[in-house]
Write a protein that binds this ligand. Structure first.
Ligand code: BDR
Ligand code: CA
Length: 313
């Protein structure tokens, strides 16, 4: 089978980095490009971190584009308290030597969707949805050309992580999320309900480190660093590894289960801004617009991830 063509839209972020590494290690997908967005840290760092990760994977050929530096309507909220000052705190990685592409990320997304055959490009989103919403607004003709959006964001049973009601990626740019979720594109969402079951326990972290390659060791150091925050917060022995669920789903969808339901984003209330109102129980009568995942085979997910990271330098 031909590999699935994907664009990774991301705000690295240690868990974004692991999601990118998983994709670059997997023959089931072809990464056409990486588009950076402001999120976990400002854009100047996310675009740099994306290039650092490609070099770590031995893939300086992957083009990296810088996109939107702030949400559509709101002031940027960042998460250095989780990811550290650089966004990739943990390992000591060299600064990237591969240059950033000249084109804007939104331009790359639009051009790629127009150039590639209709229905062949999947958008994997790991951060706030600003770049994707901007592309859809600027070029509505591309919307019908997207094969699928697979997106980490939102929560229903787990409710929120950045506020009591909202998950970080949606909270940072709720208007962008609303545009994307209402776009009509086939959409699969990886909410906290799934990612909070993908816990990096000590044996799983040890397995990354034991690979002995630069990527395995860096992954162990990254997850060690950014998960200290969630372990303290949730009082758990392992902390969630969010974004790799997106690339894992594209590679191995059988690892995940969910429901095709209606998902709307709160954009008005200060109290619940960015909440994903997911009609898990089918009580609203509103039309289903997304497959909202609820569970994963955590053992299978970590086995896949570890086996793939072993293939990288
Ligand atoms: C999401 O927010 C970011 O901190 C992570 O990279 C992930 O994309 C989890 O809420
Ligand atoms: Ca992210």
């Amino acid at each position: 089978m031909n590999p699935r063509k994907i664009i990774i839209d991301t705000d690295p972020g240690q868990d974004d980095a692991v999601a990118i590494l998983l994709a670059l290690a997997s023959p089931e997908v072809e990464v056409l490009g990486i588009t950076a967005v402001a999120g976990n840290v400002p854009l100047a760092l996310t675009q740099k971190n994306a290039r650092t990760v490609c070099e770590l994977a031995g893939r300086p050929d992957i083009p990296v584009f810088a996109g939107c530096d702030k949400p559509l309507k709101r002031k940027l909220v960042t998460a250095e308290h989780v990811h550290g000052r650089t966004g990739l705190d943990g390992p000591t990685l060299p600064d990237p030597t591969v240059p950033l592409q000249d084109a804007h990320a939104v331009e790359f997304i639009i051009d790629t969707l127009r150039k590639e055959p209709e229905g062949t490009v999947t958008l994997c989103t790991l951060g706030p949805l600003t770049n994707i919403a901007t592309a859809f607004r600027e070029a509505p003709d591309i919307i019908g050309r997207v094969a699928e959006i697979v997106s980490m964001g939102g929560a229903y049973f787990e409710v929120g992580n950045i506020t009591p009601a909202a998950e970080f990626n949606i909270y940072v740019d709720p208007e962008a999320a609303e545009i994307v979720f209402k776009s009509g594109v086939l959409t699969t969402i990886m909410p906290l309900d799934v990612t909070h079951k993908a816990l990096v326990t000590q044996p799983r972290n040890d397995a990354f480190r034991a690979l002995g390659n630069a990527t395995g060791i860096a992954t162990a150091e990254m997850t060690d660093f950014f998960e200290r925050f969630d372990k303290a917060k949730y009082g758990s022995t392992g902390a969630p590894l969010h974004d790799p669920t997106v690339t894992a789903y594209v590679i191995a969808p059988h690892l995940f289960t969910g429901r095709h339901i209606n998902v709307e984003v709160e954009t008005l209330s200060d109290l619940t801004l960015g909440m994903t109102v997911a009609d898990w129980w089918g009580v609203s009568g509103r039309t289903a617009n997304a497959t909202f995942m609820g569970d994963l085979d955590a053992e299978g997910f970590f086995a896949l991830l570890t086996e793939r990271l072993a293939r990288l330098p």
